[in-house]
Design a protein around this ligand. Structure first.
Ligand SMILES: Cc1ncc(COP(=O)(O)O)c(C=O)c1O
Length: 386
């Protein structure tokens, strides 16, 4: 086996395009230099486009969780009550952040593998009108569910002025978000997923409504104070030393986004999702999420005939193919295939075909090629060059 060739099919960190990798190898520059300002000036409008927002997007040197905490400390005033839709491990994380800061936190727990519905949210908010912010995960990475954010935002807007705060860590760049159009107030994402970068940057986008709340918030915060990020980015600089190498990479990622076009990127993710799901169905492997709420960036598979954890070991041993395990109570029960960012339909075919061999090695009675054929069929019917 080629020990340095790892096939990374986890839902982040994801593989990095060579052009992005090369950009990150550039020599260090002064963080208060004209080069850094030019870099920031170039990425600002492109980032806004990804989020569909007319306000500036904060770029913070932090992992995605730092972005989640940033959203909380800036948007939620002391004494305010919040609602967190917990559809899996990352909704749970949002609720832990709210609780850690002492907010009265209402949890709306949804069975893992299911999406939260607009009705469940609006029913809860109607019976608790004191709720001032609603936290929802767009793609629940732990289950492969895509929550219907546009629908939820539309429903909430008609009954409440609570802020809608979205964790888009594993979805932004792989599936649409239109903050201004949908009425979503804050969206957070991180660099190591569909942005095709290493971990280390968090992006926090706020709309006008969110800024109004942020500007009057007395909750103390320092490093994560979004007002500082906004004042600085408007002048093409950052409040603290930026992660310059990651910014170089980001510049290239955003060029790649422009070149492929966001619409085409979303279509590619949809296609890869459909290919993976068709293959798993053909191989009789149960999927955790249903078709309606399936994520275009990650698919969770729940085998019943063998332990997912054992299967992952086989894939690693045979091919150095890395798929993710489950989290919390699903730790050894499911495996998750990441298909986001620098990932193509051809990569998906490779993964599925390796999975088929893995299944045989596990002693499963499957028809070799049946999963691959199902994915190929999807590709031929819906492929990129149709
Ligand atoms: C949906 C979601 N939210 C938050 C996070 C946490 O991000 P990080 O590990 O970068 O702090 C992740 C990471 O996998 C995620 O998938």
């Amino acid at each position: 086996m080629l020990t340095d060739q790892q096939i990374l099919r986890i839902p982040g960190p994801t593989p990095i395009p060579p052009v992005v990798q090369r950009a990150m190898n550039k020599p260090m520059i002064g963080h208060r230099s004209e080069e850094t300002s030019a870099l920031l000036k170039g990425v600002r409008p492109r980032l806004q486009k990804v989020f569909g927002v007319s306000e500036e997007v904060a770029i913070i040197a932090s992992s995605g969780t730092g972005g989640m905490e940033t959203a909380f400390v800036n948007a939620v005033h002391p004494e305010e009550e919040v609602l967190v839709a917990v559809t899996g491990a990352f909704g749970d994380r949002f609720s832990q952040i709210c609780e850690a800061h002492g907010a009265k936190t209402h949890r709306l727990d949804i069975e893992w593998g299911h999406a939260v519905t607009a009705k469940e949210i609006t029913d809860y908010v109607q019976s608790h009108p004191e709720i001032r912010a609603i936290f929802i995960t767009q793609c629940e990475t732990s289950t492969g569910v895509l929550n219907p954010i546009q629908e939820i935002a539309q429903a909430v807007r008609s009954i409440s002025d609570a802020l809608i705060i979205i964790d888009g860590v594993s979805s932004i760049g792989g599936t649409p978000i239109e903050m201004d159009h949908w009425g979503v107030d804050i969206v957070v994402t991180g660099s190591q997923k569909a942005f095709m970068l290493p971990a280390g940057l968090a992006f926090v986008a706020c709309n006008k409504r969110a800024w109004e709340r942020i500007e009057t918030n007395k909750r103390p915060t320092f490093y994560f104070d979004l007002k500082k990020y906004r004042q600085n980015i408007e002048k093409n600089t950052t409040p603290f030393t930026p992660a310059s190498s990651l910014l170089y990479g980001l510049e290239e990622t955003l060029v790649l986004f422009d070149r492929e076009g966001l619409e085409n990127i979303y279509k590619r993710h949809q296609l890869m999702m459909k290919m993976v799901r068709a293959a798993m169905k053909a191989l009789q492997l149960p999927l955790l999420a249903n078709d309606e709420h399936a994520s275009p960036t990650v698919t969770a598979v729940h085998p019943t005939q063998f332990k997912a954890a054992d299967f992952r070991k086989v894939l690693q041993q045979e091919f150095n193919l890395i798929v993710a395990g489950g989290q919390q109570h699903l730790a050894n029960e499911i495996f998750r295939i990441g298909h986001m960012g620098y990932c193509s339909p051809a990569d998906v075919l490779q993964t599925i075909s390796a999975i088929e061999i893995g299944l045989q090695k596990m002693g499963q009675d499957i028809q070799l090629g049946s999963g691959t054929a199902a994915a190929q069929q999807v590709y031929l019917e819906e492929g990129i060059n149709k």
